[in-house]
Structures are given as C-alpha cells and as structure tokens.
Design a protein around this ligand. Structure first.
Ligand code: DX5
Ligand code: ZN
Length: 222
C-alpha cells in the first residue's frame, strides 16, 4: 500500500484547480488539504468552501487535515463539503472518541494527527477505531520545513505496533517528505506520503509525483 497525497499548501493559491489536475494526471492518490485556523497553528488557510469546490473538480479522495482548536465544531462543515478522509489533532480534541465516531459514522475515513513531540502510545485506546494515523514530521503550521529526523523511529514504532495487533490502520506521514528521503520513509513503514514543497515547488510536479510513487512502490513490492 503506497498512496501519494500532494498537499496544495505549496500550490499557487490562485490556480489550485490546475494544480490538482496536474497531480491527478501524474497518478496522485489523494489530495491533501491543510486547514489552519490561526489559533491551533499560527497560520490561516482554507475553509470548507474550498473543499466543496475541489470536490467538483477531481475524483480523487480529499484528505482534510484539520489543524484547528475544537475540531468538533467544524467536522460537520467538512463532512458536508465532501471530505473523504479527515484527520484531527489528538492534542486539540477534547473528546477524541466522539470526534472520531462523528467522522466514521458518516462513512468517511478518520485519522488522528500527532505532533512530533506527542507520544504515540497515547493512541492505545483509540487505535482500533482509526482508519489512519497521521504522524507529523515537522511542527504543523507551514510547508517547506525540514524533516525532523527523530520521526524515523516514530514511524517504525507505530507501524510495528499496528502490525503486532493485526490492524489495517494506515500510517500517513506529513512534513519534509521529498524525493531524497521517501525511499527510507517507505522502509520505515510509512504508507501514505503527504508532500507539498517536494511536489509543487519542483520544476516538474508531474514527474515528482510519479517518481515518488515509483520509489515508494518499489520498497512496498520488495
Ligand atoms: C504542515 C502541513 C503539511 C505541509 C507539508 O503543517 O500539515 O501538510 O503541506 O508540507 P511539506 O511537504 O512542504 O513539508
Ligand atoms: Zn498536512
């Protein structure tokens, strides 16, 4: 299982639909949409209207990463807008089980996102209810940051833990993923690769996506 999820955070915001089309044609599997509220993270990005508009422009699943305080209040907006995958930050949710149930009861895929310093074992009592875990490999809030090397161990640990329990929960990684490190990250056990800078700031985004898929796919097949 290898899924490439280009993050439109690094696309030209005046031409998002074109950016999505480009990566879709290149073989992307998901479109990653970073929602930032200016409180949970010091940046503001998109709201549900963008998700609803993109829903009409692509057949790819929309992977909505909520970097917001009180996700419970906004999850319904994104369900309504057509988000297919929704991740909420474990650190920001007051009633994590309730929020995850809200997403899953709507038939969408639910994930918990964890910041680089949040212990993975905190997921112990919710892991079985998750479709995916999104491990942040940078501090959330902006694109083009440097990959935090400690994340390798976290990915390995999480994947091992999921396998030991025979769960199908996917390991998604976000932040600092690029053409140079994707091979090692796939070996670590990552399955869903978010990439913003490495795709949209590449002179050839189409090629970047297909190369990422090829490199990670080779590891997966071996
Ligand atoms: C950061 C976002 C990421 C971001 C990753 O807070 O969650 O999805 O787009 O960007 P790159 O791939 O540029 O590190
Ligand atoms: Zn993200």
């Amino acid at each position: 299982m290898v899924l490439i999820a280009p993050s439109i955070l690094s696309a030209d915001f005046t031409r998002i639909a074109e950016a999505v089309k480009t990566v879709e044609e290149a073989g992307a599997d998901l479109i990653h949409i970073d929602i930032m509220d200016g409180h949970y993270v010091p940046n503001l990005t998109f709201g549900p209207q963008l998700v609803a508009s993109l829903k009409m422009k692509t057949s790819l699943p929309l992977d909505v990463h909520l970097m917001v305080d009180n996700p419970n209040a906004v999850i319904p907006w994104f369900l309504e807008a057509g988000a297919d995958w929704i991740s909420i930050h474990g650190e920001a949710s007051v009633h994590l089980h309730r929020d995850i149930s809200l997403i899953r009861d709507s038939g969408r895929k639910a994930g918990v996102a964890l910041n680089p310093a949040t212990p993975i074992h905190g997921l112990q009592d919710i892991l079985k209810d998750l479709d995916f875990v999104l491990l942040m490999c940078v501090n959330p809030g902006r694109g083009s940051q440097k990959f935090i090397e400690r994340s390798h161990e976290r990915i390995q640990h999480l994947r091992r833990w999921i396998q030991e329990q025979h769960l199908t929960t996917l390991v998604e990684i976000d932040g600092g993923v690029n053409l140079q490190n994707i091979d090692v990250l796939a070996r670590d056990g990552a399955q869903v690769f978010v990439a913003g800078n490495a795709v949209f700031n590449d002179p050839n985004p189409r090629q970047a996506v297909s190369l990422m898929k090829e490199i990670a796919g080779r590891v997966d097949a071996s």
